[in-house]
Design a binder for this molecule. Structure first.
Ligand SMILES: [Zn+2]
Length: 336
């Protein structure tokens, strides 16, 4: 069996003809296997969805209980037969519930890794390296310029600024699923034990993380009532990036605008967004992690999807690994 007989790009997403299923389809399909809950990968309206229990829970939280006709939970490491194709979910280390999906038939194993990272993150199960014949990798930060510093260092810079400006509120922009909870957890690991104030858009998902046993410490709503602006002096407030454009952000006392994203490596991006304190915290691999992972899987062939495909394809070729870009459309990760 050739790899392209087992998985192939279609307008809806990666399709497996023998198993008749799609991985992370961007349009409603009959059977979808979903790697994780970010909205560009997990869409509502499929007839059947197979995903980890946590991803199914997250989809229900975001889209409502009727997000799919039938849902089936895949336990990590358990092999499931889907139309004669063996399918196994392995942790991807990206956000809570995130998984890579190994697809196997006739002695050929392809791993679709979805989004993933390798650095420690106490808010989800760590990435598991799965040996395979073909490895499908994202390429969000696939340029040598992208090297993410340790998250603890970035959180240290935030806490230093909080200590330095006790009269100002620190407003941290972080994506609602994954990044926001990771910033909370990293703050706790750094010893910050005061309440963290959160925008309403983060409440449901953060409560879900806590219910799943990820202790984020005391969280309080970041609602400003008339005349109580001073309450947030010296506070850390976390909100989704979209909230920074609206009136919500202007309610806080002389805020320090912070943004937690791998893109903050690019000074120009921080400047464009008016970010005073850029925090380079990413839930994606940096260049070194990507290269290391590709080598580690032992894959003889690599398919590079969404992001900066060209540099990574070139790097693979230089290593003697056959590689090609797969221009899948519709993936603009909300969690970078
Ligand atoms: Zn993602």
């Amino acid at each position: 069996m050739r790899p392209s007989d087992l998985l192939q790009p279609r307008p809806e997403g990666l399709y497996c003809p023998p198993g008749d299923f799609f991985i992370d389809p961007v349009r409603p399909v009959d059977r979808a296997l979903i790697t994780h809950g970010h909205s560009d990968h997990a869409r509502s309206g499929h007839a059947k969805v197979l995903a980890t229990r946590q991803t199914l829970d997250i989809m229900a939280l975001r889209y409502g209980e009727n997000f799919a006709g039938v849902r089936q939970a895949a336990a990590l490491g358990e092999t499931i037969d889907v139309g004669g194709v063996s399918v196994t979910f392995y942790p991807a280390g990206h956000v809570l519930g995130s998984a890579q999906i190994a697809v196997e038939k006739g002695g050929l194993r392809i791993v679709a890794s979805g989004d993933y990272k390798r650095v420690p993150d106490k808010t989800c199960a760590p990435f598991e390296l799965v040996p395979c014949d073909v490895f499908i990798t994202e390429a969000t930060f696939a340029l040598p310029v992208f090297r993410h510093p340790p998250a603890l260092e970035e959180i240290g810079r935030l806490l230093k600024s909080v200590a330095q400006f006790p009269e100002r509120a620190h407003l941290v922009g972080a994506y609602a699923l994954g990044k926001a909870q990771r910033v909370m957890k990293e703050l706790r690991q750094a010893g910050y034990d005061r309440p963290i104030h959160i925008h309403g858009a983060l409440a449901k998902l953060s409560a879900y993380y806590q219910a799943e046993g990820i202790d984020l410490g005391p969280l309080e709503p970041a609602t400003v009532e008339a005349g109580r602006k001073g309450d947030f002096a010296g506070a850390v407030v976390i909100g989704p990036p979209s909230a920074f454009a609206d009136r919500w952000a202007r309610r806080f006392p002389d805020p320090v605008s912070c943004f937690a994203s791998g893109w903050m490596r690019i000074r120009q991006r921080a400047k464009q967004r008016g970010v005073e304190l850029p925090l380079i915290i990413s839930d994606h691999c940096d260049w070194d992690e990507l290269c290391e992972t590709i080598t580690g899987t032992g894959a003889g062939e690599v398919w590079v999807t969404h992001g900066r495909e060209e540099a990574l394809v070139r790097w693979c070729e230089l290593q003697g690994i056959s590689a090609r870009p797969q221009h899948l459309v519709g993936y603009e990760d909300e969690g970078d």
